[in-house]
Design a binder for this molecule. Structure first.
Ligand SMILES: Nc1ncnc2c1ncn2CCCCCNC(=O)c1cc(-c2ccc(F)cc2)cc(O)c1O
Ligand SMILES: [Mg+2]
Length: 214
């Protein structure tokens, strides 16, 4: 039977990456997606910007919206301090099955909790079900029309504190116009655009970093 793209990405990891070596997992996925077939990972160019923001924030708690195959999940978790935790939400069960195996190959199961479900349903349950107070860093990489409603939802649920950092992928391509307008005009956020390119292409895209001011 025909394999799926996420299954082929997992195969590339298992063939080319070293178990327990997260950076080799990231490299294997980038090489596969650049040379064999495109996939919607944040990729190596935007990934370097992601790395610098993660290192700067040095977060104890991270929320990722949209896991896909776990590329950015592994990339972020590989930079976290010892007791830090990353919760990643994935809607698609097929993607979740693959992401769990990619995360296991990287040896990062202890830092990462993958939860299946829609962000709009799970965000209000974060405190009671996952014992989270607030998130130091949120990486938004899910449905582009959910970035704004979910940001408002996180505020309402008390999941953001003064200084929490939101980092949003794809603010140009596919684009998140309502979200951009909101974080750039709201007095409660300090935003900065990092110009880059859509993963594995020359098309413009970028990351928007927004600090919640409380
Ligand atoms: N827990 C949850 N709650 C809600 N939605 C949830 C979810 N978990 C998952 N999803 C649903 C996310 C579906 C994938 C989102 N990402 C994207 O749609 C995406 C698309 C492109 C792209 C660009 C140019 C093109 F020509 C084609 C595609 C690039 C990217 O970097 C992207 O991240
Ligand atoms: Mg993306």
């Amino acid at each position: 039977t025909q394999s799926t793209r996420p299954q082929r990405i997992l195969g590339a990891v298992q063939q080319n990456a070293t178990r327990g070596d997260p950076r080799s997992v990231v490299r294997a996925i980038d090489q596969y997606c650049r040379n064999q077939e495109w996939a919607m990972n944040v990729g190596d160019e935007k990934g370097c910007i992601l790395d610098s923001v993660v290192s700067e924030v040095n977060p104890a708690t991270v929320l990722e919206l949209g896991t896909y195959c776990g590329y950015s999940t592994v990339r972020i978790a590989s930079l976290l301090p010892p007791h830090a935790k990353l919760i990643t939400l994935e809607f698609n069960p097929e993607f979740a099955v693959i992401a769990r195996q990619v995360i296991a190959w990287a040896g990062l199961e202890d830092k990462i909790q993958l939860v299946e479900g829609a962000s709009g349903d799970l965000i209000p349950k974060m405190k009671e079900q996952f014992g989270v107070e607030t998130f130091d860093l949120v990486f938004l990489d899910h449905w582009k029309d959910r970035y704004l409603p979910d940001t408002k939802l996180m505020e309402e649920c008390g999941l953001l504190r003064k200084g929490s950092v939101l980092l949003a992928d794809n603010v140009i391509c596919p684009g998140t116009p309502e979200y951009l307008e909101f974080v750039r005009s709201s007095p409660r956020y300090e935003s900065q655009y990092f110009k880059s390119h859509l993963e594995y292409t020359k098309v413009e895209d970028g990351l928007e970093k927004s600090v919640f001011l409380g």
